[in-house]
Design a protein around this ligand. Structure first.
Ligand SMILES: [Zn+2]
Length: 394
């Protein structure tokens, strides 16, 4: 089996709103079938313009905020700020769709299960198969994201100014109101950047679409290869149940992982059930050392620490293979967030991309086959096999 050939076929732009996403689902299902690997699918509606709808709503609410500050209506302005936070909280934290529910279509998670006779644990491995194209890459959007609390604070200060400017004459006079106006314009510009980050993809031409080779085609290919090797008896899974989750809709608000977890919670849980844990693959198969994420983020407001025992295990398996410890990275938005939130120990791993673009150059055409390091692709597969077998030595 040539991992690079499979990855070549997978590496086409396949964002949530594209037809290519359905074709990719089909391709993966046919690949598994051709290897005689049974799988199940979880169908759910993908709210595929999630980010655009969120972005445009934030922009409109921010323009209204600016208008109310200009009109010195502090209560109405504060309501707009609360609406932005409430919208983000609802859509990104508790996953209750408000505006994103306007547009959807069906998509599928693909799940492969290998069950042990008397399972002591459940080892879940996940990688998302959708891709994304954005105006800003992972690093650039990080700057926009980090400024969010600051701008939220500025909004509250502007509301306070508008409130007191109506009552204390000196605050309402020109120099102070010029400053307040200037700050309000800065906020609107910032809201424009937030929109470009979330919804700007809609204006990008075909040529600027990301093939998603490393984010996250390579991880998906490694997991299909892992399924094949387990199926062929080349991995001693011991007393571990192994679940391989090829999730959809990660790039549109971790919707696939949310659906997977929701389905799990619907099933009856017994205290004697094997305890689950997740190793999530992101950016695996580019240059560089193996990295693990210290935390996993929702996107805006919250984050959870990765599980320290899983980090130790991955790190020691990698060190045994290569002699080098894994690199600790701060972390980003990934499916692991949803698992951690549900109380399932998780860690996200991948390759650092150095030498090269590192964590930059994703969600754009630079995420192509030239970026793939075939040796790291094979090492990634080897790592997962050794990781599974490491539980047999206990
Ligand atoms: Zn990704």
């Amino acid at each position: 089996m040539n991992l690079m050939q499979i990855l070549e076929k997978l590496s086409i732009p396949r964002p949530g709103h594209s037809e290519a996403l359905e074709k990719t689902t089909q391709f993966l299902k046919e690949l598994l079938t051709s290897w005689n690997i049974p799988y199940s699918v979880q169908q759910f509606p993908i709210r595929y313009h999630y980010h655009f709808l969120l972005g445009i709503s934030i922009l409109v609410l921010s323009l209204l905020f600016a208008f109310f500050i200009y009109s010195r209506k502090p209560i109405a302005a504060l309501v707009m700020v609360i609406a932005v936070v409430g919208l983000l909280y609802s859509e990104t934290e508790v996953h209750y769709p408000i505006v994103s529910r306007l547009i959807d279509k069906p998509t599928e998670n693909i799940v492969v299960n290998f069950e042990a006779e008397k399972p002591s644990r459940e080892l879940i491995f996940a990688a998302h198969y959708d891709s994304k194209t954005d105006v800003w890459d992972h690093i650039q959007r990080g700057y926009i994201q980090k400024l969010f609390p600051l701008f939220l604070g500025i909004c509250v200060l502007l509301c306070l100014w508008a409130f007191f400017a109506n009552r204390i004459e000196v605050l309402g006079r020109s120099p102070v109101s010029f400053i307040a106006g200037g700050i309000t314009i800065c906020y609107v510009i910032y809201a424009g950047f937030v929109f470009s980050w979330l919804g700007g993809y809609i204006f990008l031409s075909e040529q600027s679409h990301s093939p998603g080779a490393i984010d996250n085609g390579a991880g998906v290919v490694v997991l299909t290869a892992l399924a094949k090797e387990i199926k062929e008896g080349k991995v001693d899974t011991g007393d571990s149940n192994v679940v391989i989750l090829l999730s959809s809709a990660e790039e549109t608000g971790l919707q696939g992982a949310h659906h997977y977890i929701r389905q799990r919670l619907k099933e009856k849980q017994e205290a004697s059930d094997p305890k689950p844990s997740l190793v999530n693959l992101e950016l695996l198969g580019q240059n560089g050392n193996l990295y693990y994420e210290k935390r996993s983020f929702s996107g805006f407001l919250s984050s959870f620490p990765s599980d320290p025992d899983l980090i130790d295990r991955v790190d020691s398996v990698w060190k045994k293979m290569t002699g080098v410890p894994a690199t600790a990275e701060e972390g980003g938005v990934s499916d692991a967030f949803v698992f951690l939130k549900a109380g399932i120990p998780s860690v996200t791993i991948g390759h650092t991309g150095l030498p090269g673009l590192g964590f930059g150059g994703f969600h754009c055409p630079d995420d192509n086959m030239d970026r793939v390091n075939p040796e790291n692709l094979s090492l990634g597969l080897e790592l997962l096999k050794n990781y599974i077998e490491s539980y047999n030595q206990e």
